[in-house]
Design a protein around this ligand. Structure first.
Ligand code: URP
Ligand code: ZN
Ligand code: ZN
Length: 518
């Protein structure tokens, strides 16, 4: 066998095994052999893993790049420009594809699935996907794909665009919202989307929070002058998430459509998901490192700086929520751990300070853009605070951060180190060689002026990240190029299918009108 590159002496981890003293043979960007003492002929490049863990490159299936910030109550969303400048939808202060993918690669992630968002007045999804291709092409250090956010399920969307999503676009997942004024769908619209998605094998991701509960509580808080950043958390208690999660699970059962509850943050919502899974409903759960490592007290820190930790669902007050999320990770309730990298700068007119300016002295939490940065820290946090802290096995780490997201979203050549798979590989430091350090935002490669994990002590970090056999990150330096990343077409999910094909089909009018009439 002729290899271009051999990774020597790794402790190679899959979702089920840990193989010590293992070599990986790579040719043309693909893994072609795994074994002991693979032959090394002249001219073959060799990387010595020195016994360290070697894991499949991370697959981060939830991040927001080049995406507008939610404009907040009372502010108009502009979607058109007349002068060729960047439309308002991209008038954001977060990461674009270049900076976001650079930070992904520096944190051991080799594939990202980010969002292409439909605006309310977009009739069709086609131009939306085309625009996002333009934003990402030749701008990505890692491979990428898109989920489409559906905010307006028009006739065109339901009858033409979604049926073409997998075949024409190579996209097999959508996200819908139950909250945010500019994005939320009514229950009626959600049923329409789920009904359509079922027949097409599309996986539907759902942001589950009860919008009316949030608005009602927010109004009462405002009347009482409770507007500081931490009241963002007060306005979205766990019940808000649990109610919407339960409603969504009920709608998914009615429609017999697989759903993934994204960024789950509370014990109550986790329980709803677990119960649905026990009933063998095709209900999946995703959580994020910030719900495993951070709590609501962060929003009270340093005056308005608490805004840096405002995200939705919010960080929780009670450590029992954090523990319940860890339990959900350990017991299989959660299928994936993503970053939900949805950053805005702190010090920027469209950034976190937007919630303070004009609303001094305490600011108004409802004007703070939601979301946290976390693409680069996702894997190292779970390595240090998960594997090394004894909370998860290396196999569980791989399953949740790479293998499962690849399978769930139809990335057939990603998520494993195995013959025939892309050679997307993260090589860690041998533990005894690594000097723990406290994180400083300047060490990160994103374009954000803070990290919520500032000061966290990391006990390991990716030493090398390989994208399709090419070293893209080496000992602290990004050496790949922003032309290396490619769009990856996806097939339908290898994990999510309706519970029993045919069950509840009678509820769909499409194709069944005749039988209903009879
Ligand atoms: O606060 C968050 N998570 N913002 C990003 C958008 C979303 O809901 O995923
Ligand atoms: Zn969301
Ligand atoms: Zn998100």
């Amino acid at each position: 066998m002729a290899f271009d590159l051999v990774i020597r002496n790794g402790t190679v981890v899959s979702a089920s095994e840990v193989l010590e003293g293992c070599d990986i043979g790579i040719q043309d960007g693909m893994v072609i052999a795994i074994g002991r003492d693979l032959p090394i002929t002249e001219g073959v490049e060799v990387i010595d893993a020195e016994g360290a863990y070697v894991t499949p490159g991370g697959v981060d299936s939830h991040c927001h790049l080049s995406q507008y910030y939610d404009p907040g109550p009372g502010e108009e969303q502009r979607t058109q420009t007349t002068d060729g400048t960047i439309p308002a939808r991209y008038n954001f202060s977060g990461d674009d594809y270049e900076s976001g993918s650079r930070s992904a690669i520096a944190g051991g992630t080799t594939t990202i699935i980010s969002f292409a968002i439909q605006f309310r007045d977009d009739e069709s999804l086609r131009p939306v996907v085309t625009e996002y291709h333009k934003l990402a092409e030749d701008q990505a250090y890692c491979d990428y794909s898109f989920h489409v956010i559906v905010t307006n399920p028009t006739k065109t969307v339901l009858e033409q665009d979604l049926p073409a999503l997998v075949g024409d676009f190579g996209i097999s997942s959508i996200k819908i919202f139950m909250t945010y004024a500019s994005a939320k769908l009514s229950d009626y619209q959600i049923l329409d989307v789920l009904d359509t998605a079922r027949g097409l094998g599309i996986t539907t991701m759902v942001h589950a929070e009860n919008a009316d509960m949030v608005d009602w509580v927010t109004d009462r808080l405002e009347q009482n002058g409770m507007v500081a950043p931490h009241h963002h958390g007060t306005s979205r208690p766990p019940l808000v998430e649990a109610e919407a999660t339960n409603r969504l699970v009920t709608m998914a059962e009615l429609m017999n459509t697989p759903v993934l509850l994204v960024h789950v943050s509370s014990a109550l919502a986790t329980k709803v998901i677990r119960k649905a899974q026990t009933r063998v409903l095709p209900v999946f759960g995703e959580t994020c490192p910030h719900y495993l490592f951070l709590m609501a007290e962060r929003m009270r820190r340093n005056g308005f700086e608490g805004a840096k930790c405002v995200c939705s669902p919010p960080l929780r007050e009670d450590s029992s929520d954090l523990e319940a999320i860890w339990h959900g990770v350990q017991n299989g309730t959660f299928t994936t751990i993503s970053s939900d990298h949805a950053p805005t700068k702190y010090n920027h007119s469209n950034g976190k300070l937007k919630g303070l300016h004009g609303h001094e002295p305490h600011g108004k939490f409802k004007h703070i853009p939601n979301g946290l940065p976390g693409l680069e820290t996702r894997l190292p946090l779970l390595f240090s605070g998960g594997i090394l802290a004894g909370r998860i096995t290396p196999q569980k780490f791989v399953e949740l951060t790479s293998t499962n997201p690849a399978k769930l979203y139809g990335l057939t050549k990603k998520g494993a180190i195995a013959p025939g798979y892309d050679a997307d590989i993260t090589i860690w430091y041998p533990q005894e060689k690594f000097k723990p350090f406290a994180l400083d935002n300047d060490m990160l490669h994103h374009d954000i002026d803070y990290t919520p994990f500032e000061g966290y002590e990391f006990k390991n970090w990716p030493r090398y990240t390989l994208l399709r056999g090419k070293v893209a990150f080496s000992e602290g330096k990004v050496i790949g190029s922003m032309k290396d990343g490619k769009f990856v077409r996806r097939s339908t999910s290898q994990l999510s299918t309706p519970r029993a094909p045919g069950k509840n089909e009678w509820l769909s009018l499409r194709g069944n009108l005749t039988s209903l009439k009879n």
